[in-house]
Every structure is written in structure tokens, then in C-alpha cells.
Design a binder for this molecule. Structure first.
Ligand SMILES: [Zn+2]
Length: 186
């Protein structure tokens, strides 16, 4: 089921999400909805708070990128970054901050402990786009958006766009949720 995505300035995007205790049929259905919603919006990652669930659950699918066409979709539950290596800068965007892109510096590689869709514990090293996307999505679980991590100078350049989003001026090809009915677009 395609569900609406929460947008910049919605409170749920600023909350610290709670760990999951297990995976039941409700969570399995939610995971399916997250994949469907993400793909419909042409995203490569989605965190549960972006669709209104304050829980530590992420889906990822890089296969729509030409360079990652063979990658399998991933479910990441209760992630913990155990170690980081290096630093690099990359341009990011976010389905919750439509129309805005900006450079963000992050560790280039991470060692991650997490639970998969069967709630089985996994530990893996990630680099490149995977490390980038996973860190962006983990930020969502902690109430942080990529624009918070942009340099002040770059952030100033997009402030007008952010103010417009706060004011409810949003133009997306996918359904969005607004917490404030007054700011609703539909
Ligand atoms: Zn995002």
C-alpha cells in the first residue's frame, strides 16, 4: 500500500524513534508498504518515521541506480553503528525534504550491527552509497535531517525552500502527509 510521506517541519521527523522488539505480521506489512511507498516516490531509502511510525526500521533499495542495478533490497531494524572510517562529501536529497539537495560530509565507511527482516542479528561493513544512505536513514530515527548537517553557508542558500515547505508549499509527484490540517495541500 502506498502511504503518504511526512514532510519537513512535521514533528514526527524530529522524534527519537523506539527500537523494535520483534517482527510480527503488522511489521511485515509495514515493511511491504515502505518499499512500495519508497519506489513510488523514486527513493532509494525510507525510514519508518517518514510515514508516521516512530520505530527504528529502515528499508533500502539501491537497485534503481544504474551503478547498483544488481543490489538486493535491504531491511534494517534497530541499527547500531559500531565503527566509522574516513570522511567524504556527497550531495543528498530526501523524500521528506522535496526539491532540496545539498552536500553533506559523513564517514565514508561504517560497520553496522542490525536486525534483518527476520529479526536475525547481522553485522556488516558498508561503504560508498550504502554507507551514505544508511547513515542518512539512521539520522531519521534520531530526529535529524540532512539539511541539519549542511554547512551554514550552504544551508543559507536553501533556507527559502525550507521556509516554503514549512509554510505548506509542497509540490511532489507522491502523496504527502501533513500534521497540521491548515497546511494540508490536498
Ligand atoms: Zn531522508
Amino acid at each position: 500500500m502506498i502511504v503518504p510521506i511526512n514532510i519537513y517541519s512535521d514533528d514526527i521527523l524530529r522524534k527519537k524513534a523506539k527500537p523494535l522488539k520483534g517482527v510480527d505480521s503488522t511489521i511485515t506489512e509495514l515493511i511491504a508498504s515502505m518499499f512500495e511507498t519508497m519506489r513510488n516516490a523514486s527513493g532509494i531509502g525510507l525510514a519508518a518515521p517518514q510515514i508516521g511510525h516512530s520505530i527504528r526500521l529502515i528499508v533500502l533499495d539501491l537497485s534503481c541506480l544504474e551503478s547498483h542495478a544488481d543490489e538486493k533490497p535491504m531491511v534494517i531494524i534497530n541499527p547500531h553503528i559500531l565503527a566509522v572510517r574516513g570522511l567524504n562529501e556527497m550531495e543528498e536529497g530526501c523524500l521528506s525534504v522535496p526539491g532540496v539537495q545539498g552536500d553533506v560530509e559523513r564517514p565514508a565507511a561504517i560497520t553496522l550491527k542490525y536486525r534483518d527482516e527476520h529479526f536475525t542479528e547481522q553485522s556488516d561493513k558498508f561503504s560508498g552509497m550504502f554507507a551514505r544512505a544508511i547513515q542518512h536513514e539512521i539520522d531519521h530515527l534520531d530526529g535529524t535531517l540532512f539539511v541539519d548537517r549542511m554547512e551554514k553557508r550552504d544551508r543559507k542558500k536553501i533556507q527559502q525552500e525550507l521556509d516554503a515547505l514549512t509554510a505548506g508549499i509542497v509540490n511532489t509527484a507522491y502523496p504527502i502527509a501533513r500534521e497540521t490540517p491548515a497546511a494540508s495541500q490536498s
